[in-house]
Design a protein around this ligand. Sequence first.
Ligand code: NAD
Ligand code: UGA
Length: 460
Amino acid sequence: MNITNICCIGAGYVGGPTMSVIAQQCPDIRVTIVDINEARIAAWNSDDLSELPVYEPGLAGVVAEARGRNLFFSTDVDRAIDEAQMVFISVNTPTKTYGKGRGMAADLKYIELCARQIAAVAKDDKIIVEKSTLPVRTADALKSILHNTGNGVNFHILSNPEFLAEGTAVADLHNPDRVLIGGEHPEAVEALVSIYGRWVDRSRILTTNLWSSELSKLTANAFLAQRVSSINAISELCEKTGANVDEVARAIGTDSRIGPKFLKASVGFGGSCFQKDILNLVYIARSYGLQEVADYWEQVIIMNDHQKRRFADNIVQTLYNTVSGKKIVFYGWAFKKDTNDTRESAAIYVADALLAEEAEITVYDPKVPAGQVYRDLDYLGTRSPEENRRLVTVVGDPYEAAGDAHAIAVLTEWDEFRTYDWKRIREHMMKPAFVFDGRKILAANKLDQIGFQYYEVGAG
Ligand code: NAD
Ligand code: UGA
């Protein structure tokens, strides 16, 4: 099967970068990314590349190279499906907020809508690729919907989960550790292998059965998040005992069986997927009656919630047990550096806890606009939108943010925070001036010397 026309449904953080890189690497394949969100598509088509809806280092260059040549962004979903030989489904699969499995299971309504739309539109045989992260055996449901259309069209379903991390998406896509493709139909599998094979070494393209591929994605995220929760658990012990968690991480990470990555203690992991995917894994295990398996993985989430909560508690306790009416500055709101994504960011939950103690919060983040900060807080529903706007200020200058502040909390590990003139920042703060480093990125000695009361996760 020689693929010359691809469609991707969903122009989000995965669909946008992933398909842009495929288009960049395969100039002879026409790639159309479609979405029902008109504003998002308009932003992807913007002449001003700083307006792209997803901020990722290197992405604007990839889009500039391919857009208009063989890469297109459109809201005409039907047409793109009709014209494509291969359709990627890359829509959101959030945690269910209603009904059975509420708060745990993945909400598959967007996936099902895509399948029904493909079934309704398709007039010739197509390969359907699951790019979204899905519960194991979702391909069964897709097959059932697609194969019962009665229009004589054949569909081959592949699972091709995405492993990119935000902030490094383009580098991850250009040079992936592996590409995973699960499927039953050898020719369909080979068609997708040969697309990635244009720039990824074949030894890194793994093929499996459908269910292994679907389950490997949830498992990979669960293992990664588990490492963060594991080191965060040790960070609390470090604070009690005088050990330093960075030193412990370095000491254990040199063991080649453990490895050095994903051992950075923090205020807690965020992002749209770790929590959602583990909750989904827990739900699946429970639905098969595997209580111990479910409880084991659920602990990763429990530990992460604890880490966020105790970071906020420590700020309150250290500021003499009250933050009421005190100005606390957040450096960073995104869930990690080099992205404008704030979904499930630890900053949201730390802010919520401090606002409950009547703190006043000023936020500075180099990539997150004010509207997003308020949307995140409003979404929690803890207090009214008016109250959120009264208590939270978002500014565009980190030095201005610090004026008259009682404390600065570092919530995201943006590189620029290390380069600030911290002496100047302290001059304009209330004294004693406190810094709570939830990312362990600042130089403790230097801040001590300047006169800050400096607290970092995982150090006594
Ligand atoms: P996203 O919310 O940024 O994008 C999803 C897009 O799909 C939205 O723009 C939405 O409007 C669109 N959409 C939904 N239903 C549609 C429909 N019926 N027709 C057309 N468009 C529709 O989500 P995302 O972060 O890109 O994640 C997508 C999937 O990829 C999820 O399953 C996620 O778990 C997985 N994933 C995400 C990441 C990541 O870093 N964000 C990494 C790997 C895997
Ligand atoms: C994660 C995985 O790394 C990707 O492989 C996966 O494709 C993606 O989820 C997904 O399925 O959505 P992402 O969430 O974008 O990627 O970013 P990560 O680098 O994994 O960071 C997740 C969170 O963990 C961030 O809040 C980060 O600050 C935190 N983290 C990460 C730590 O606190 N310590 C670490 O050592 C590493």
